[in-house]
Design a protein around this ligand. Structure first.
Ligand SMILES: Cc1cc2nc3c(=O)[nH]c(=O)nc-3n(C[C@H](O)[C@H](O)[C@H](O)COP(=O)(O)O)c2cc1C
Length: 183
């Protein structure tokens, strides 16, 4: 049976890679609904995700055009898994501290399903003690945080902080849901 993946996309230069992730999810025969932070829309237009996912893209918390119930509750209810890819240092911190001041963080707080985080940030942001403490906190609560990749970063530095590759995120989703997800 096909799964419904709610994909959170945040304000990282790696947001373009989330488009490939949406494509892989769709070609694997599963459904995907994208929730973007406002910052994410500076990097990739919602139309890209709408077209690739064949679903509406949610950005606004206070949007009464889509469904009768609050969008974050609707998203949390229909998900089999919530994947945040790329996940900024900011959204990671908000998740660790239980903040709910935008649609994505409220959805994460409202869910009972597994949450998978694929971080993406500058190497110093990633290695910062605050970020690492946030990683530890969310892991202790059962959220899976993938290891950031090593290599050239879009900010011009080289180090740890690259978003894991979409195909590896697909493998992590399949493992958590205990299903085959060939695309
Ligand atoms: C060009 C550019 C690239 C950025 N890339 C990242 C990134 O990869 N990771 C990150 O944590 N923040 C990055 N930022 C900073 C975030 O966009 C900023 O913290 C923003 O408030 C995050 O909002 P959000 O977490 O609600 O999406 C970048 C900013 C700019 C201008």
């Amino acid at each position: 049976m096909s799964k419904h993946i709610v994909l959170g996309v945040t304000g990282s230069i790696a947001a373009y890679k989330a488009a490939e992730l949406v494509r892989l999810i769709k070609t694997s025969g599963n459904e995907v609904s994208v929730v973007m932070t406002k910052s994410a829309t500076k990097f990739v237009a919602p139309l890209t995700f709408k077209t690739l996912s064949q679903n509406d893209v949610a950005v606004e918390m206070f949007d009464d055009s889509m469904v009768w119930n609050p969008v974050h509750i609707n998203m949390a209810d229909k998900a089999d898994i919530i994947v945040i890819a790329p996940c900024t240092a900011n959204v990671l911190a908000k998740t660790a501290h239980g903040l709910a001041d935008d649609l994505l963080s409220a959805t994460v707080l409202a869910t009972k399903v597994p949450v998978l985080i694929a971080p993406a940030m500058n190497d110093r942001m990633w290695s910062n003690a605050a970020t690492q403490a946030n990683v530890e906190t969310v892991r202790q609560r059962g959220i899976e945080v993938m290891e950031a990749g090593e290599g050239d970063l879009a900010c011009g530095y080289c180090g740890s902080g690259r978003m894991p590759e979409p195909k590896d995120i697909m493998k992590a989703i399949a493992k958590i849901l205990d299903v085959e997800m060939d695309s």
